[in-house]
Design a protein around this ligand. Sequence first.
Ligand code: MLT
Length: 253
Amino acid sequence: MKIETILTPAELPVLAQRDLRATACVVFDVLRATSTFVTALHHGAQAIIPVSEIAEAVEIKKSEVRSQKSEAILLGGERNGVRISANGIDFDLGNSPREYTPEKVCGKTIVSTTTNGTRALRACVGAKTILASSFLNLGATAEFLRRENCENILLVCAGTGENQADEDVLAAGALCEMLSGGKTMFSDSAQIAFQTYTLAKPDFSAAICGSENARRLLAIPELRDDVEFCSRHNIFPLIARMNADGVIRSIKN
Ligand code: MLT
């Protein structure tokens, strides 16, 4: 098993030139997109459709309205961390995992657009396997990768804006630790993530709360609890897999 890491969103465009047909991509946007998707699936959402642009999300909803299937579709996501209102359309949900309760999302399909997370997922299209992961389901993700005997694993840190996001690198590092041992080989970028996590472990919460995005969320009263929520380990035993149709569904572990 060979593990590599994309540490910053600036590296995402390179993925388009790479042949990923033998690679399993694991995308991390701990604060908050992938944590939210995993939570929604655990609470019974049918599927998540990640898109890059607001107009794409609105168009999918409109096409569902035309085919009278709109009840099953919810619009979710954020810009600048808050719920989207655009072109006279108020999205149904923001990007806080705590909003995605069973009452709201059970049986629904969520079309979501966020600043970094959905962009990172779309950049992996063409890969053999694409997983949306987080601390919430890290154990299940590790077990799946071992069980599937994935040879090439690419850990994709979604980042914050154009910058590296510490919380994503920490999650990538934690997964490296879970997959270490035996014949596992780490690229230098994966070593960086692994070492970053090992150094931060003794005071994990401080490491997460010190990140740029965490500080932003902690400053917004109604969103501050998202940081603690997204830092919980292994509370959802599921794998969130994005299939060739670009739709994320859960595989129970
Ligand atoms: C993102 O995709 O950029 C993040 O999930 C944004 C956020 O949740 O604040």
